[in-house]
Ligand binder design. Structure first.
Ligand code: GDP
Ligand code: IMO
Ligand code: MG
Length: 434
């Protein structure tokens, strides 16, 4: 029996959705614990493509309970859209989905606040997903947010909502910005949303603890990645939630003592969407080649992802923060055509060589990556089902990553489909998966 966290070890889009979908076969519940519909988790089941945003990828397995935890921020319109899309595809969402009564609610004015903040001329834009995620978390931390339970509390919602609207109006007026939201119409719309989601809302942390006590297995599905974590990421170019392992406990309401393992998902290279420091970014045509081969365009916004090389100091840092038991290396196949593959093994910061992660944006921006270059394998790895079948150079590449990061590579992904995966026999990951 085990309760596992699967999360991003880089800047997101590592292939978490694919892995969570694959592993969910062995779990009773799959839980999202942070973020919102800024996430885009792609899953292929045969030729059929699903992009999960707010709903845990486990929903695609009949019988698996999918839980949206208290740490998530929910735009009810986006949630209902996603539910409708999945139901159209034949998935029994109403039967499988549980929504935390303590999750916070995103309103359209959160998106407006975000747009204003991103458009400010006196600061560099973060390059957010424009989903209202940050401003909703701001209201949560400022203790004026509206939670799902409040939305459903017919007698009290109006007062809480009007408080929040007044607050936004006051700020907008102070900055001379027109506040042209029809507050009453929006309230009515949200009251309608409330009735549609009411049957799925529950005290999800109690449900999860009861499930664990009853011997059920729970898989926690991270969104974003550790380098986008509000505390541990490349601040301020981060998201507004705790994307690292600690976030699973606070964002789902489960005790740390019930977690049996933490699995990091990392690409065989690295990508980033939006602004912010990126020490191993490749601006040449090789970076472009990776973007093409890896289809590196945002699942949510369609933006081209910035591409670069595997970064060992970064992986060692995210391993330290999360305590990874095992690493999953995805998209190894994307490197199939390369002659040579650089791997960053150290940073030069202000002329000093280090493997530590600097804290300030100024230092992060000044990092000069130090590379070791490994030979490529120049042959297709798609469809290979055992490590022995991999070209020798590909095996050497994986061994190199394992040695340098100090964590086992417990799984290798060689394509977007479930079958295109090798779980390493005898690995800690294999044992944790039972
Ligand atoms: P997530 O946000 O971490 O779930 O990742 P995304 O879904 O945003 O991006 C990962 C993309 O890579 C998706 O389009 C996946 O279908 C695809 N993918 C996942 N694993 C592999 C792999 O091993 N090889 C290839 N070629 N594509 C993969
Ligand atoms: P998944 O779960 C990659 C990035 C945005 C931006 C920053 C802040 O699919 O891996 P936000 O809208 O969250 O305030 O934007 O975070 N970002 C992601 N990048 N994958 C994601 O999710 C992301 N979610 C947010 O591009 O740089
Ligand atoms: Mg994604």
């Amino acid at each position: 029996m085990s309760n596992l966290i699967v999360l991003g070890a880089q800047w997101g889009d590592e292939g978490k959705g694919k892995m969570v979908d694959l592993f969910s076969e062995k779990f009773d519940l799959v839980v999202r614990y942070q973020g919102g519909h800024n996430a885009g988790h792609t899953v292929y089941i045969g030729p059929v493509k699903y992009v999960l945003k707010l709903i845990p990828s486990g929903i695609l397995r009949p019988g698996v309970q999918a839980v949206i935890g208290n740490g998530v921020v929910i735009d009810p319109a986006a949630l209902l859209d996603e539910i409708a899309t999945l139901e159209k595809a034949g998935i029994e969402v109403a039967k499988q989905l549980v929504i935390s009564n303590r999750a916070h609610v995103i309103f359209p004015f959160h998106r407006i606040v975000e747009k204003m903040s991103e458009a400010r001329k006196d600061r560099t834009a973060i390059g957010t997903t424009s989903r209202g995620i940050g401003p909703c978390y701001e209201d949560k931390i400022a203790r004026r947010g509206v939670r799902i339970a409040d939305l459903l509390d017919t007698g009290n919602f109006r007062a809480l909502y009007e408080n929040l609207i007044d607050d936004k109006k006051t700020v907008a007026e102070a900055f001379g910005i027109p506040f042209d939201i029809d507050a009453a119409a929006l309230r009515t719309q949200y009251e309608e949303f409330a009735e549609r989601i009411r049957p799925m809302v529950a005290d999800s942390s109690t449900l999860l603890r009861d499930a664990m006590n009853g011997g059920k297995n729970v898989l926690f599905e991270g969104a974003q990645g550790t380098m986008l974590d509000i505390d541990h990421g490349t601040y301020p170019f981060v998201t507004s939630s705790s994307a690292s392992a600690g976030g699973a406990c606070t964002g789902a309401g489960v005790p740390p003592t019930r977690i049996n393992g933490v699995i990091g998902v990392s690409k065989a290279y690295i990508t980033r969407v939006g602004g912010g420091p990126f020490p191993t970014e490749d601006h040449t045509e090789v970076g472009e080649q990776i973007r093409k081969a890896g289809k590196e365009f945002g699942a949510v916004t369609g933006r081209p992802r910035r591409c670069g090389w595997f970064d060992v100091p970064l992986l060692r840092y995210t391993t330290a923060v999360n305590g990874f038991d095992s690493l999953i290396i995805t998209k190894l196949d994307v490197l199939d055509e390369l002659e040579r593959i650089p791997v960053c093994t150290a940073y030069k910061v202000n002329g000093r060589t280090t493997t530590d992660m600097p804290a300030t944006n100024r230092e992060l921006e000044s990092i000069e990556a130090v590379y070791e270059t490994l030979p490529g394998w120049k042959s297709s790895t798609r469809g290979l089902t055992s490590l022995d079948a991999l070209p020798e150079a590909a095996r050497r590449y994986l061994d190199f990553l394992q040695d340098k990061t100090g964590v086992e590579v417990g799984c290798v992904s060689l394509g977007p489909e479930r079958s295109e995966t090798i779980v390493v026999p005898g690995s800690r990951l294999e044992k944790l998966l039972g």
